[in-house]
Design a binder for this molecule. Sequence first.
Ligand code: ATP
Ligand code: MG
Length: 456
Amino acid sequence: MEQRLDEHEREEYWEKVQDALFNAQIDQFRAEFLELHPYDQAKIFETQPEEVRKQIYTYLSPEEIAEVMENIDIDDVELFFSEMSSDFAAKVLAEMATDDAVDIMNELDKNKVASFLTIMEKESAEEIKELLHYEEKTAGSIMTTEFVVLNANQTIKEAMRHLRKEAPDAETIYYTYVIDNDKRLVGVLSLRDLIIAEGDWLVSDVMSERVVSVQVGEDQEDVAQMVRDYDFLALPVLDFQNHLLGIITVDDIMDVMEEEASDDYSKLAGISDVDGPDDNVLNSAKKRLPWLVILLFLGMLTASLIGRFEETLDKVAILAVFIPLIAGMAGNTGTQALAVAVRGIATGEFEKQGKLKTILREAGTGLIIGICCGVLTTLVVYVWQGDIFLGLLVGISIMATLFVATIAGSLVPIIMHKLNIDPAVASGPFITTINDIISILIYFGMATAFMNLLLH
Ligand code: ATP
Ligand code: MG
Protein backbone atom coordinates (compact mmCIF):
# COMPACT_ATOMS: atom_id res chain seq x y z
CA MET A 1 0.00 0.00 0.00
CA GLU A 2 1.26 3.44 -0.92
CA GLN A 3 1.27 5.90 1.93
CA ARG A 4 0.31 9.52 1.51
CA LEU A 5 3.40 11.42 0.39
CA ASP A 6 4.47 14.39 2.45
CA GLU A 7 6.21 17.41 1.03
CA HIS A 8 9.65 16.06 1.77
CA GLU A 9 8.99 12.71 0.13
CA ARG A 10 7.64 14.47 -2.93
CA GLU A 11 10.84 16.46 -3.16
CA GLU A 12 12.89 13.30 -2.87
CA TYR A 13 10.81 11.64 -5.53
CA TRP A 14 11.29 14.64 -7.80
CA GLU A 15 15.08 14.43 -7.32
CA LYS A 16 14.90 10.96 -8.82
CA VAL A 17 12.58 11.87 -11.65
CA GLN A 18 14.01 15.18 -12.75
CA ASP A 19 17.18 13.72 -14.32
CA ALA A 20 15.04 11.87 -16.79
CA LEU A 21 13.29 15.14 -17.57
CA PHE A 22 16.50 17.11 -18.07
CA ASN A 23 18.13 14.36 -20.12
CA ALA A 24 15.08 14.17 -22.36
CA GLN A 25 14.42 10.53 -21.48
CA ILE A 26 10.75 10.98 -22.16
CA ASP A 27 9.63 7.43 -21.62
CA GLN A 28 11.45 7.07 -18.35
CA PHE A 29 10.14 10.39 -17.08
CA ARG A 30 6.59 9.47 -18.01
CA ALA A 31 6.84 6.06 -16.39
CA GLU A 32 8.07 7.47 -13.11
CA PHE A 33 6.01 10.65 -12.92
CA LEU A 34 2.72 9.05 -13.95
CA GLU A 35 3.14 6.36 -11.35
CA LEU A 36 2.16 8.96 -8.73
CA HIS A 37 -1.43 9.85 -7.96
CA PRO A 38 -2.49 12.97 -9.93
CA TYR A 39 -2.75 14.83 -6.62
CA ASP A 40 0.92 14.23 -5.89
CA GLN A 41 1.77 14.99 -9.51
CA ALA A 42 -0.01 18.32 -9.12
CA LYS A 43 1.78 19.14 -5.86
CA ILE A 44 5.14 18.52 -7.49
CA PHE A 45 4.20 20.27 -10.73
CA GLU A 46 3.10 23.51 -9.09
CA THR A 47 6.34 24.01 -7.22
CA GLN A 48 8.45 23.81 -10.41
CA PRO A 49 9.83 26.90 -12.14
CA GLU A 50 8.23 27.97 -15.40
CA GLU A 51 10.75 26.38 -17.75
CA VAL A 52 10.34 22.99 -16.07
CA ARG A 53 6.56 23.28 -16.20
CA LYS A 54 6.76 24.06 -19.91
CA GLN A 55 8.86 21.00 -20.45
CA ILE A 56 6.34 18.88 -18.58
CA TYR A 57 3.57 20.09 -20.93
CA THR A 58 5.52 18.70 -23.85
CA TYR A 59 6.15 15.35 -22.17
CA LEU A 60 2.61 14.62 -21.06
CA SER A 61 -0.57 14.30 -23.11
CA PRO A 62 -3.47 16.77 -22.75
CA GLU A 63 -5.36 14.05 -20.92
CA GLU A 64 -2.55 13.57 -18.40
CA ILE A 65 -2.16 17.30 -17.86
CA ALA A 66 -5.93 17.51 -17.42
CA GLU A 67 -5.69 15.17 -14.46
CA VAL A 68 -2.94 17.28 -12.96
CA MET A 69 -4.96 20.46 -13.45
CA GLU A 70 -8.00 18.93 -11.77
CA ASN A 71 -5.91 18.66 -8.64
CA ILE A 72 -4.58 22.20 -8.60
CA ASP A 73 -6.10 24.90 -6.47
CA ILE A 74 -8.58 26.85 -8.56
CA ASP A 75 -6.92 30.17 -7.70
CA ASP A 76 -3.63 29.04 -9.24
CA VAL A 77 -4.71 27.47 -12.51
CA GLU A 78 -4.96 30.69 -14.51
CA LEU A 79 -1.18 31.09 -14.59
CA PHE A 80 -0.64 27.55 -15.85
CA PHE A 81 -3.18 27.85 -18.63
CA SER A 82 -1.69 31.15 -19.71
CA GLU A 83 1.68 29.51 -20.29
CA MET A 84 0.33 26.69 -22.46
CA SER A 85 -0.25 27.18 -26.16
CA SER A 86 -3.93 27.88 -26.91
CA ASP A 87 -4.22 24.68 -28.84
CA PHE A 88 -2.84 22.59 -26.01
CA ALA A 89 -4.86 24.44 -23.36
CA ALA A 90 -8.08 23.85 -25.28
CA LYS A 91 -7.27 20.15 -25.54
CA VAL A 92 -6.56 19.95 -21.82
CA LEU A 93 -9.89 21.60 -21.01
CA ALA A 94 -11.73 19.27 -23.35
CA GLU A 95 -10.22 16.27 -21.59
CA MET A 96 -11.24 17.40 -18.13
CA ALA A 97 -14.49 16.50 -16.41
CA THR A 98 -16.90 19.14 -17.68
CA ASP A 99 -17.66 20.60 -14.27
CA ASP A 100 -13.96 21.04 -13.49
CA ALA A 101 -13.32 22.59 -16.90
CA VAL A 102 -16.14 25.05 -16.28
CA ASP A 103 -14.79 25.98 -12.85
CA ILE A 104 -11.46 26.79 -14.45
CA MET A 105 -12.97 28.70 -17.35
CA ASN A 106 -14.83 30.88 -14.89
CA GLU A 107 -11.42 31.97 -13.62
CA LEU A 108 -10.01 32.74 -17.06
CA ASP A 109 -10.22 35.84 -19.20
CA LYS A 110 -13.43 35.99 -21.31
CA ASN A 111 -11.55 36.34 -24.62
CA LYS A 112 -9.36 33.38 -23.80
CA VAL A 113 -12.41 31.28 -22.99
CA ALA A 114 -14.03 32.23 -26.30
CA SER A 115 -10.93 31.29 -28.25
CA PHE A 116 -10.53 27.97 -26.41
CA LEU A 117 -14.15 27.13 -27.17
CA THR A 118 -13.67 27.76 -30.89
CA ILE A 119 -10.52 25.64 -31.10
CA MET A 120 -12.01 22.82 -29.08
CA GLU A 121 -13.77 19.79 -30.45
CA LYS A 122 -17.41 20.69 -30.99
CA GLU A 123 -18.95 18.17 -28.60
CA SER A 124 -16.84 19.22 -25.60
CA ALA A 125 -17.38 22.88 -26.40
CA GLU A 126 -21.15 22.45 -26.42
CA GLU A 127 -21.11 20.69 -23.06
CA ILE A 128 -18.96 23.37 -21.51
CA LYS A 129 -21.00 26.22 -22.99
CA GLU A 130 -24.14 24.76 -21.50
CA LEU A 131 -22.68 24.71 -18.02
CA LEU A 132 -21.06 28.14 -18.26
CA HIS A 133 -24.51 29.76 -18.10
CA TYR A 134 -25.37 28.65 -14.61
CA GLU A 135 -25.10 31.12 -11.83
CA GLU A 136 -22.26 30.75 -9.36
CA LYS A 137 -22.92 28.75 -6.18
CA THR A 138 -25.99 27.00 -7.58
CA ALA A 139 -26.46 23.30 -8.23
CA GLY A 140 -26.01 24.02 -11.95
CA SER A 141 -22.58 25.48 -11.41
CA ILE A 142 -21.19 22.39 -9.66
CA MET A 143 -22.90 19.63 -11.63
CA THR A 144 -21.36 17.61 -14.40
CA THR A 145 -23.01 16.25 -17.51
CA GLU A 146 -21.06 13.01 -17.72
CA PHE A 147 -23.60 10.63 -16.27
CA VAL A 148 -25.09 7.35 -17.49
CA VAL A 149 -28.76 7.11 -18.37
CA LEU A 150 -30.84 4.00 -18.99
CA ASN A 151 -34.28 3.39 -20.37
CA ALA A 152 -37.03 2.02 -18.16
CA ASN A 153 -38.00 -0.70 -20.66
CA GLN A 154 -34.46 -1.91 -21.35
CA THR A 155 -33.50 -5.33 -20.04
CA ILE A 156 -30.74 -5.55 -17.45
CA LYS A 157 -28.52 -7.20 -20.04
CA GLU A 158 -28.93 -4.29 -22.45
CA ALA A 159 -28.43 -1.88 -19.61
CA MET A 160 -25.15 -3.53 -18.64
CA ARG A 161 -23.90 -3.39 -22.22
CA HIS A 162 -24.77 0.30 -22.38
CA LEU A 163 -23.09 0.96 -19.04
CA ARG A 164 -19.91 -0.75 -20.16
CA LYS A 165 -19.80 1.46 -23.23
CA GLU A 166 -20.40 4.70 -21.33
CA ALA A 167 -18.28 3.93 -18.28
CA PRO A 168 -14.90 5.30 -19.46
CA ASP A 169 -16.25 8.85 -19.78
CA ALA A 170 -18.70 8.92 -16.91
CA GLU A 171 -17.99 10.83 -13.72
CA THR A 172 -19.44 7.96 -11.72
CA ILE A 173 -20.95 4.64 -12.73
CA TYR A 174 -22.15 3.77 -9.28
CA TYR A 175 -25.57 5.25 -9.98
CA THR A 176 -27.34 5.10 -13.30
CA TYR A 177 -30.43 7.21 -13.84
CA VAL A 178 -33.49 6.06 -15.70
CA ILE A 179 -35.40 8.40 -18.00
CA ASP A 180 -38.65 8.04 -19.93
CA ASN A 181 -39.26 8.92 -23.57
CA ASP A 182 -39.61 12.63 -22.74
CA LYS A 183 -36.21 12.54 -21.01
CA ARG A 184 -37.84 12.95 -17.62
CA LEU A 185 -36.15 11.30 -14.66
CA VAL A 186 -38.21 8.33 -13.49
CA GLY A 187 -35.82 6.15 -11.52
CA VAL A 188 -32.37 5.32 -10.26
CA LEU A 189 -30.30 2.15 -9.99
CA SER A 190 -27.06 1.53 -8.13
CA LEU A 191 -24.36 -0.64 -9.62
CA ARG A 192 -25.11 -3.12 -6.86
CA ASP A 193 -28.78 -3.23 -7.95
CA LEU A 194 -27.67 -3.89 -11.53
CA ILE A 195 -25.18 -6.60 -10.72
CA ILE A 196 -27.52 -8.65 -8.56
CA ALA A 197 -30.41 -8.47 -11.05
CA GLU A 198 -31.04 -11.23 -13.63
CA GLY A 199 -30.19 -10.39 -17.25
CA ASP A 200 -33.72 -10.72 -18.59
CA TRP A 201 -35.38 -8.52 -15.97
CA LEU A 202 -36.46 -5.04 -16.97
CA VAL A 203 -34.78 -1.93 -15.62
CA SER A 204 -38.18 -0.69 -14.47
CA ASP A 205 -38.55 -3.75 -12.22
CA VAL A 206 -35.37 -3.07 -10.33
CA MET A 207 -35.08 0.73 -10.18
CA SER A 208 -36.09 2.88 -7.22
CA GLU A 209 -38.79 5.26 -8.39
CA ARG A 210 -38.68 7.67 -5.51
CA VAL A 211 -35.67 9.65 -6.65
CA VAL A 212 -34.22 12.35 -4.46
CA SER A 213 -33.10 15.24 -6.70
CA VAL A 214 -32.25 18.93 -6.68
CA GLN A 215 -33.35 21.81 -8.88
CA VAL A 216 -30.71 23.37 -11.06
CA GLY A 217 -31.00 26.79 -9.38
CA GLU A 218 -30.74 25.47 -5.84
CA ASP A 219 -28.09 26.96 -3.54
CA GLN A 220 -24.99 24.75 -3.40
CA GLU A 221 -25.05 24.84 0.40
CA ASP A 222 -28.53 23.28 0.43
CA VAL A 223 -27.35 20.63 -2.02
CA ALA A 224 -24.45 19.81 0.30
CA GLN A 225 -26.89 19.48 3.18
CA MET A 226 -28.99 17.00 1.16
CA VAL A 227 -26.01 14.86 0.27
CA ARG A 228 -25.09 14.80 3.94
CA ASP A 229 -28.63 13.89 4.98
CA TYR A 230 -29.23 11.14 2.41
CA ASP A 231 -25.68 9.74 2.21
CA PHE A 232 -25.83 9.30 -1.56
CA LEU A 233 -22.63 9.39 -3.57
CA ALA A 234 -24.31 11.56 -6.20
CA LEU A 235 -27.55 13.49 -6.69
CA PRO A 236 -29.35 14.17 -9.97
CA VAL A 237 -30.02 17.78 -11.02
CA LEU A 238 -33.30 18.60 -12.76
CA ASP A 239 -34.83 21.54 -14.58
CA PHE A 240 -38.39 22.68 -13.94
CA GLN A 241 -39.84 20.04 -16.25
CA ASN A 242 -37.95 17.31 -14.39
CA HIS A 243 -35.50 16.76 -17.24
CA LEU A 244 -32.23 15.33 -16.05
CA LEU A 245 -29.52 17.97 -16.65
CA GLY A 246 -26.58 16.64 -14.70
CA ILE A 247 -25.33 15.04 -11.53
CA ILE A 248 -23.45 16.34 -8.52
CA THR A 249 -20.97 13.92 -7.03
CA VAL A 250 -19.79 13.77 -3.46
CA ASP A 251 -16.27 15.01 -4.29
CA ASP A 252 -17.73 18.28 -5.54
CA ILE A 253 -19.78 18.49 -2.37
CA MET A 254 -16.62 18.25 -0.27
CA ASP A 255 -15.22 21.24 -2.14
CA VAL A 256 -18.43 23.14 -1.49
CA MET A 257 -18.31 22.37 2.22
CA GLU A 258 -14.72 23.52 2.40
CA GLU A 259 -15.51 26.70 0.50
CA GLU A 260 -18.53 27.54 2.65
CA ALA A 261 -16.73 26.72 5.89
CA SER A 262 -13.81 28.93 4.95
CA ASP A 263 -16.22 31.70 3.88
CA ASP A 264 -17.99 31.55 7.23
CA TYR A 265 -14.74 31.42 9.10
CA SER A 266 -13.37 34.53 7.38
CA LYS A 267 -16.53 36.42 8.10
CA LEU A 268 -16.34 35.42 11.75
CA ALA A 269 -12.85 36.83 11.95
CA GLY A 270 -13.86 39.97 10.10
CA ILE A 271 -11.87 39.27 6.93
CA SER A 272 -13.72 39.66 3.65
CA ASP A 273 -11.86 36.81 2.01
CA VAL A 274 -9.22 34.58 3.60
CA ASP A 275 -5.74 35.65 2.56
CA GLY A 276 -4.06 33.04 0.49
CA PRO A 277 -0.45 32.23 1.26
CA ASP A 278 0.64 34.05 -1.89
CA ASP A 279 -1.33 37.24 -1.34
CA ASN A 280 1.07 40.13 -1.09
CA VAL A 281 1.32 42.15 2.11
CA LEU A 282 -0.64 45.09 0.74
CA ASN A 283 -3.54 42.90 -0.35
CA SER A 284 -3.75 41.08 2.95
CA ALA A 285 -3.79 44.37 4.80
CA LYS A 286 -6.50 45.73 2.52
CA LYS A 287 -8.75 42.76 3.25
CA ARG A 288 -8.42 43.02 7.01
CA LEU A 289 -8.36 46.77 7.49
CA PRO A 290 -12.04 47.75 6.96
CA TRP A 291 -13.31 45.78 9.93
CA LEU A 292 -10.43 46.76 12.12
CA VAL A 293 -11.09 50.44 11.44
CA ILE A 294 -14.74 50.07 12.40
CA LEU A 295 -13.73 48.18 15.52
CA LEU A 296 -11.16 50.86 16.29
CA PHE A 297 -13.90 53.45 16.46
CA LEU A 298 -16.11 51.18 18.54
CA GLY A 299 -13.12 50.73 20.86
CA MET A 300 -12.85 54.51 21.13
CA LEU A 301 -16.47 54.51 22.20
CA THR A 302 -15.61 52.06 24.97
CA ALA A 303 -12.68 54.24 26.00
CA SER A 304 -14.84 57.36 26.15
CA LEU A 305 -17.33 55.40 28.21
CA ILE A 306 -14.63 54.66 30.76
CA GLY A 307 -13.75 58.37 30.65
CA ARG A 308 -17.28 59.19 31.78
CA PHE A 309 -16.65 57.34 35.00
CA GLU A 310 -13.45 59.26 35.64
CA GLU A 311 -14.71 60.59 38.93
CA THR A 312 -15.51 57.10 40.22
CA LEU A 313 -12.11 55.86 39.04
CA ASP A 314 -10.35 58.78 40.74
CA LYS A 315 -11.92 57.95 44.05
CA VAL A 316 -11.40 54.17 43.85
CA ALA A 317 -8.36 53.64 41.64
CA ILE A 318 -8.25 49.88 42.31
CA LEU A 319 -11.33 49.53 40.06
CA ALA A 320 -9.09 49.93 37.00
CA VAL A 321 -7.28 46.72 37.83
CA PHE A 322 -10.37 44.63 37.09
CA ILE A 323 -11.45 46.26 33.80
CA PRO A 324 -9.52 43.85 31.55
CA LEU A 325 -10.77 40.88 33.57
CA ILE A 326 -14.43 41.81 33.28
CA ALA A 327 -14.28 42.93 29.65
CA GLY A 328 -12.21 39.88 28.70
CA MET A 329 -14.62 37.44 30.33
CA ALA A 330 -17.57 39.11 28.61
CA GLY A 331 -15.81 38.74 25.26
CA ASN A 332 -15.00 35.09 25.91
CA THR A 333 -18.47 33.99 26.85
CA GLY A 334 -20.01 36.06 24.05
CA THR A 335 -17.80 34.36 21.48
CA GLN A 336 -18.77 30.94 22.81
CA ALA A 337 -22.47 31.77 22.57
CA LEU A 338 -21.91 33.21 19.10
CA ALA A 339 -20.25 30.04 17.87
CA VAL A 340 -23.13 27.93 19.18
CA ALA A 341 -25.69 30.26 17.56
CA VAL A 342 -23.99 30.45 14.17
CA ARG A 343 -23.69 26.69 14.06
CA GLY A 344 -27.31 26.29 15.12
CA ILE A 345 -28.46 28.58 12.33
CA ALA A 346 -26.20 26.98 9.74
CA THR A 347 -27.32 23.43 10.51
CA GLY A 348 -30.98 24.43 10.77
CA GLU A 349 -31.17 23.18 14.38
CA PHE A 350 -32.65 26.48 15.46
CA GLU A 351 -35.56 26.24 13.06
CA LYS A 352 -36.45 22.91 14.60
CA GLN A 353 -36.13 23.92 18.24
CA GLY A 354 -37.70 27.36 18.04
CA LYS A 355 -35.86 30.60 18.63
CA LEU A 356 -37.43 31.47 21.97
CA LYS A 357 -36.48 28.11 23.42
CA THR A 358 -32.94 28.55 22.17
CA ILE A 359 -32.58 32.00 23.68
CA LEU A 360 -34.04 30.82 26.98
CA ARG A 361 -31.61 27.93 27.02
CA GLU A 362 -28.70 30.29 26.40
CA ALA A 363 -29.97 32.60 29.15
CA GLY A 364 -30.09 29.67 31.56
CA THR A 365 -26.58 28.66 30.61
CA GLY A 366 -25.41 32.27 31.01
CA LEU A 367 -26.96 32.45 34.47
CA ILE A 368 -25.23 29.30 35.70
CA ILE A 369 -21.90 30.34 34.20
CA GLY A 370 -22.37 33.81 35.69
CA ILE A 371 -23.12 32.57 39.21
CA CYS A 372 -20.18 30.15 39.24
CA CYS A 373 -17.65 32.68 37.95
CA GLY A 374 -19.17 35.45 40.12
CA VAL A 375 -18.86 33.50 43.37
CA LEU A 376 -15.34 32.41 42.47
CA THR A 377 -14.31 35.98 41.64
CA THR A 378 -15.81 37.38 44.85
CA LEU A 379 -13.81 34.93 46.93
CA VAL A 380 -10.55 35.49 45.08
CA VAL A 381 -10.80 39.29 45.13
CA TYR A 382 -11.76 39.24 48.82
CA VAL A 383 -8.78 37.10 49.76
CA TRP A 384 -6.45 39.08 47.50
CA GLN A 385 -7.56 42.63 48.32
CA GLY A 386 -9.05 42.03 51.77
CA ASP A 387 -12.16 44.03 50.88
CA ILE A 388 -15.48 42.20 50.83
CA PHE A 389 -17.35 45.06 49.12
CA LEU A 390 -14.82 45.23 46.32
CA GLY A 391 -15.05 41.43 46.04
CA LEU A 392 -18.83 41.59 45.84
CA LEU A 393 -18.75 44.43 43.31
CA VAL A 394 -16.38 42.62 40.93
CA GLY A 395 -18.12 39.27 41.50
CA ILE A 396 -21.60 40.59 40.87
CA SER A 397 -20.36 42.54 37.84
CA ILE A 398 -18.88 39.35 36.41
CA MET A 399 -22.10 37.53 37.06
CA ALA A 400 -24.30 40.15 35.42
CA THR A 401 -21.87 40.62 32.56
CA LEU A 402 -21.60 36.93 31.73
CA PHE A 403 -25.37 36.60 31.85
CA VAL A 404 -25.97 39.53 29.51
CA ALA A 405 -23.02 38.73 27.24
CA THR A 406 -24.17 35.16 26.70
CA ILE A 407 -27.62 36.35 25.69
CA ALA A 408 -26.12 39.02 23.41
CA GLY A 409 -23.85 36.42 21.82
CA SER A 410 -26.79 34.32 20.73
CA LEU A 411 -29.31 37.12 20.14
CA VAL A 412 -27.21 39.14 17.70
CA PRO A 413 -26.76 36.34 15.14
CA ILE A 414 -30.43 35.41 15.41
CA ILE A 415 -31.49 39.00 14.75
CA MET A 416 -29.05 39.26 11.86
CA HIS A 417 -30.44 36.05 10.41
CA LYS A 418 -33.98 37.48 10.70
CA LEU A 419 -32.85 40.64 8.90
CA ASN A 420 -31.46 38.41 6.15
CA ILE A 421 -27.87 39.33 6.89
CA ASP A 422 -25.57 36.32 6.92
CA PRO A 423 -25.22 35.63 10.66
CA ALA A 424 -21.59 34.69 10.21
CA VAL A 425 -21.07 38.40 9.60
CA ALA A 426 -21.99 39.01 13.23
CA SER A 427 -18.37 38.38 13.66
CA GLY A 428 -16.46 37.56 16.82
CA PRO A 429 -14.76 40.97 17.10
CA PHE A 430 -18.11 42.73 16.79
CA ILE A 431 -19.68 40.75 19.62
CA THR A 432 -16.56 41.26 21.72
CA THR A 433 -16.79 45.02 21.35
CA ILE A 434 -20.50 45.13 22.15
CA ASN A 435 -19.84 43.06 25.23
CA ASP A 436 -17.00 45.36 26.26
CA ILE A 437 -19.42 48.24 26.30
CA ILE A 438 -22.08 46.30 28.21
CA SER A 439 -19.60 45.07 30.78
CA ILE A 440 -18.09 48.52 31.40
CA LEU A 441 -21.56 49.99 31.88
CA ILE A 442 -22.54 47.31 34.38
CA TYR A 443 -19.27 47.45 36.30
CA PHE A 444 -18.93 51.20 36.61
CA GLY A 445 -22.65 51.74 36.96
CA MET A 446 -22.67 49.55 40.05
CA ALA A 447 -19.43 51.00 41.37
CA THR A 448 -20.83 54.52 41.10
CA ALA A 449 -24.09 53.54 42.74
CA PHE A 450 -22.43 51.85 45.68
CA MET A 451 -19.52 54.25 45.92
CA ASN A 452 -19.95 54.89 49.64
CA LEU A 453 -19.47 51.22 50.43
CA LEU A 454 -16.15 51.17 48.61
CA LEU A 455 -14.74 54.28 50.32
CA HIS A 456 -13.47 53.57 53.75
P1 ATP B 1 -27.30 -0.10 0.50
O1 ATP B 1 -27.18 1.19 1.29
O2 ATP B 1 -28.71 -0.56 0.32
O3 ATP B 1 -26.36 -1.15 0.97
P2 ATP B 1 -25.50 0.79 -1.49
O4 ATP B 1 -24.62 1.12 -0.35
O5 ATP B 1 -25.04 -0.11 -2.54
O6 ATP B 1 -26.87 0.25 -1.00
P3 ATP B 1 -26.31 3.50 -1.64
O7 ATP B 1 -25.41 4.50 -2.20
O8 ATP B 1 -26.47 3.49 -0.16
O9 ATP B 1 -25.89 2.10 -2.23
O10 ATP B 1 -27.69 3.61 -2.35
C1 ATP B 1 -28.79 2.88 -1.85
C2 ATP B 1 -29.95 2.89 -2.83
O11 ATP B 1 -30.35 4.22 -3.09
C3 ATP B 1 -29.63 2.27 -4.16
O12 ATP B 1 -30.56 1.24 -4.42
C4 ATP B 1 -29.86 3.37 -5.18
O13 ATP B 1 -30.57 2.90 -6.29
C5 ATP B 1 -30.71 4.37 -4.45
N1 ATP B 1 -30.45 5.75 -4.85
C6 ATP B 1 -29.32 6.28 -5.35
N2 ATP B 1 -29.46 7.60 -5.63
C7 ATP B 1 -30.72 7.91 -5.28
C8 ATP B 1 -31.48 9.11 -5.32
N3 ATP B 1 -30.97 10.26 -5.79
N4 ATP B 1 -32.75 9.05 -4.88
C9 ATP B 1 -33.27 7.91 -4.41
N5 ATP B 1 -32.62 6.74 -4.34
C10 ATP B 1 -31.35 6.73 -4.78
MG1 MG C 1 -25.39 2.39 1.54
